[in-house]
Design a protein around this ligand. Sequence first.
Ligand SMILES: [Zn+2]
Length: 97
Amino acid sequence: MTAVGATPVTAVACPSWCSVSQSTHLRELRWEGRASHWSDARSGDGWEIRHTSASDADGHPIEIEPKVYISTNGGLTLAGAEALALTLLATYEEATD
Ligand SMILES: [Zn+2]
């Protein structure tokens, strides 16, 4: 069987922090025209942080801006807030790397 149209994509160039499988990315490219890269979640006492970006098959960024997602379960202890702040900074640095 021969593919029709553009060169078939068999692998997606991911950022080093991406935890999404190649098979998921190939499906995304086929149906949405882009791969959504997601980091592993970093979590602490009452909070969780992940970040994401989107690219084409070659790893070039496309129209969607990278984003950081933070979820909390309401109030944080001071220690939890400090850990969140430090982890958020580390996540930001990874996302902008
Ligand atoms: Zn990826």
